[in-house]
Design a protein around this ligand. Structure first.
Ligand SMILES: [Zn+2]
Length: 306
């Protein structure tokens, strides 16, 4: 262990943590039993599994998270777990339209109640979802300060009825309402997606963005507009967006003056917590304690939570 590994970490931010990928395993087991939901032996991401297989794991957790009670419990436990990991700035995200045990408003209220001012809530539409869904999110967010932002998660497929451009009116409305915008983009996919997220959807933050440096112009755009990249190194390694954590572009981003922070994405599926993720980020060749401190400061500064 090097000197820097032993260095005490300051208070941490985690701006990109999915509710349905960050349950405690005991809670998942407890919720699954009465519902007869079978938990596969391999309920975690593994290197090179691919994004589609990774996204398939959410079917298992979603099956036990349909009711407001389950959502509230898990939001509470995630907030408690993050605090224990040293996280003081937390945002939890999920797709409330995938929880059918109550009206969407009730599901969202349950997550706000579970987080109890310890975390901002980000509502995720999924690539391909109808644009009206985002308008509904905004209606919900307008009366609930606990909801701090909207996001597009999952991944685009050729069979989808809607593309990123179709969400432009809703994201423009979010900007006018001063509701935060983040988009999963460039997660192993071409960096043009990052440009669309910024120029068409007014994204202030980008989830993943691993391919950013493949395009010098998009990189310049990110720097100029001070867009924050939510790095998730362990998740990116697992889904195959990068070949190894050591290959993550985080140190190169920070060197170029790109705003970037370190996030867990899914503590259950990636079997990682925020403290571990920050230490792992520090181990990426080219990272320094000063660079890590800059990433941590960025995460606190870039929070949407009001
Ligand atoms: Zn994510």
């Amino acid at each position: 262990m090097t000197q820097s590994d032993r260095e005490q970490l300051p208070a941490l931010p985690d701006l990109h943590r999915h509710l349905d990928g960050s349950l405690r395993i005991e809670t998942l087991q407890e919720l699954a039993e009465p519902l007869g939901v079978t938990i596969p032996d391999e309920l975690h991401f593994s290197p090179g599994m691919g994004l589609d297989a990774a996204l398939g794991l959410f079917d298992v957790t979603l099956a036990v998270l349909q009711t407001p009670q389950a959502v509230e419990r898990v939001a509470r436990e995630i907030s408690e777990d993050a605090r224990a990991e040293g996280v003081t700035t937390l945002e939890i995200r999920y797709a409330p339209q995938q929880h059918h045990g109550a009206a969407m408003e009730e599901i969202v209220d349950a997550s706000i109640s579970g987080a109890q001012d310890r975390a901002g809530i980000i509502l995720c539409g999924l690539y391909g979802d109808p644009p009206e869904l985002f308008d509904r999110f905004l209606d919900i967010a307008c009366t609930r300060p606990g909801v701090c932002a909207i996001d597009i998660a999952g991944g685009p497929h050729s069979g989808h009825d809607f593309r990123m451009d179709d969400y432009a009116p809703a994201f423009a409305r979010a900007r006018d309402l001063a509701i935060g915008r983040t988009v999963h983009a460039g997660e192993g996919r071409p960096p043009a997606e990052i440009r669309t997220a910024i120029e068409v959807l007014h994204a202030q933050r980008i989830g993943h963005g691993t391919t950013l440096l493949d395009d010098a112009e998009v990189t310049e755009l990110v720097i100029e507009q001070e867009i924050v990249i939510e790095a998730c190194p362990t998740s990116n390694w697992h889904t195959g967006a990068i070949a190894a954590v050591a290959d993550h572009p985080l140190p190169r981003w920070l060197n170029l003056g790109i705003q970037a922070c370190v996030n867990t994405d899914n503590t259950l599926f990636s079997q990682v917590n925020s403290s571990q993720e920050h230490r792992r980020a520090l181990g990426i060749p080219g990272m320094t304690p000063a660079a890590l401190r800059a990433a941590i400061a960025c995460g606190h500064r870039a929070a949407f939570s009001r």
